[in-house]
Ligand binder design. Sequence first.
Ligand code: UDP
Length: 314
Amino acid sequence: MNRKRVLVTGGAGFLGSHLCDRFISEGCSVIAMDNLLTGSLSNIDHLVGNKDFEFHHCDVSKFVHVPGDLDYVLHFASPASPIDYLKMPIQTLKVGSLGTHNLLGLAKAKNARILVASTSEVYGDPLVHPQTEEYWGNVNPVGPRGVYDEAKRFQEAITMAYHTFHGLETRIVRIFNTFGPRMRLDDGRVLPAFISQALKGEDLTAFGDGLQTRSFCYVDDLVEGIYRLLMSDYPHPVNIGNPDEITINEFAEEIIRITGSKSKITYTPLPIDDPKQRRPDISKAKEILDWSPKYTRAQGLEPTLKYFKEAVLK
Ligand code: UDP
């Protein structure tokens, strides 16, 4: 009788589909929504036929209709890799702004709690390191990444406004680089790019001098952090990510080593506004959610590599 009903937008995407799995395993009834622009039905194939799972093919930037009650809304729909949002700048802006507005309206109408997926990109090319939630960021609004960064910053602003003005229960997660099975092989991100290059024996393309840093979190850790945040009563943004920071050069060497590849590293120009460093300060998540990542990069890379091997060699 008390089964919770959850809407996950972007439910056929990388993170969205893992969230669907988590809520199904928690005994919830799950509705996944996706326009399949960057998501894929193959990510939720295993859930089709489950009586607690529904898939709605729709674009949340236009209008969102869900019959019946809802307890939780998780807004994860958006192109999320730099090459995707460069290819789809207007859709990226719309889903972060108009889409968020629609989902806040839906959550308000259903008296549901909403969690929105924000990003470390709100910090832009950060001048504070590691990044704390108090840092306001260094974003170029009119640069190529501005369409994603500013949509997510607007998303945070409108979500807080619904919280303070309408008293809506809202949560904001700032997601740092995450990896795991179901990432798209061709999404242009560094991990799928490097793994598929290494498996095919091609050179790994490090952008710039490869000295820029990132910190990679395994998807199961991220999902746990998001789940805890949703269940908490904390309405302000919380960083979720793994603070283990490495340079892109070191990461390339690591991928070459674990794949046993003979590939070398080649250097190509750095994309405009590519952040030079990124590492989450996760003190808040530790304190408020009692959360910290459990998987080392090596532990997370094992299942990820297995997934990509099947995808590349298919
Ligand atoms: N990168 C790279 N080679 C690639 C893809 C990405 O060197 O084939 C670099 C990119 O310039 C950035 C980092 O890897 O500094 C992470 O890029 P990604 O696209 O994964 O996500 P970002 O963290 O920039 O959003």
